[in-house]
Each structure stands twice: as structure tokens, then as C-alpha cells.
Write a protein that binds this ligand. Structure first.
Ligand SMILES: [Mg+2]
Length: 130
């Protein structure tokens, strides 16, 4: 397969209902979540870039920069928290409850592979939302 054939076949599976996308994007809350989602991804990339430069290029690991990127991630998570109407403390508590349901008190590969998704979902649905 040559690149042109690949592009021709690949774009057949692209979602192209742009009118429907425009309609969904008329929701400002969705725009805020998209902004946060893009930001979380780019800030994660900055975090990984610092690790990459240290591990693969021998640059000194800049822990101050890693903490800065952690702060940037929190900034985007604050937008998500506000838009979803969830309290970050409650999200943290639900996350730990979910992990306790999954692993008990300790990680195991067997438990990671055999998760009770219904129980985990029930825990997460108790999340307080405004
Ligand atoms: Mg950053």
C-alpha cells in the first residue's frame, strides 16, 4: 500500500458530521472541558519531555520543573472540577475507594486483570455533583 492509498482508505473512517460537531460545541461547558483536556495532554507532554531529556539525553532532572508541570496539570483539573461540579476532595476519596475495591490494601497483577467494573462504577456514581 502506498501513502496515497492509505490516506484515501483512512479518511473513509473519519467522522465528518461537522454540523453535529458544531452543534455539540455550542455548549460552552464542553468547550471548557475540551480546553482542559487539551491542556492536560500538553502539560503531560511537558512532564514527559523533562523525563525524556533526563533519561535519554543525560540532561539534569529538573524536579522544580516537574513540580511546575504538576501545578499546570492541577490548573486544568480545576477547570474540570468546576465544569463538572465536583469537589476535588470528593474525587480523591472516590478514587481511593475505587482502588480499595479493586486491590484491597495492595496491588496485584491478578487483581488488576480481574476488576469488578460494576462495583467500581457504583462507587464512582456516588460522586457528589452539583
Ligand atoms: Mg507547563
Amino acid at each position: 500500500m502506498n501513502p496515497s492509498e492509505y490516506v484515501k482508505l483512512a479518511i473513509k473512517t473519519e467522522s465528518t458530521n461537522f454540523a453535529a460537531m458544531d452543534e455539540r460545541l455550542s455548549d460552552n461547558g464542553l468547550k471548557r472541558l475540551l480546553h482542559a483536556g487539551i491542556g492536560l495532554s500538553t502539560e503531560s507532554g511537558e512532564f514527559l519531555d523533562a523525563l525524556k531529556k533526563h533519561i535519554f539525553y543525560g540532561k539534569e532532572l529538573d524536579r522544580v520543573n516537574l513540580a511546575e508541570e504538576m501545578g499546570d496539570l492541577f490548573w486544568y483539573l480545576a477547570i474540570v472540577s468546576d465544569e463538572l461540579g465536583v469537589n476535588m476532595e470528593d474525587v480523591m476519596e472516590r478514587n481511593i475507594s475505587k482502588l480499595k475495591a479493586r486491590y484491597g490494601e495492595k496491588f496485584s497483577e491478578e487483581k488488576a486483570e480481574n476488576r469488578d467494573l460494576n462495583t467500581e462504577r457504583e462507587i464512582l456514581e456516588k460522586q457528589k455533583m452539583n
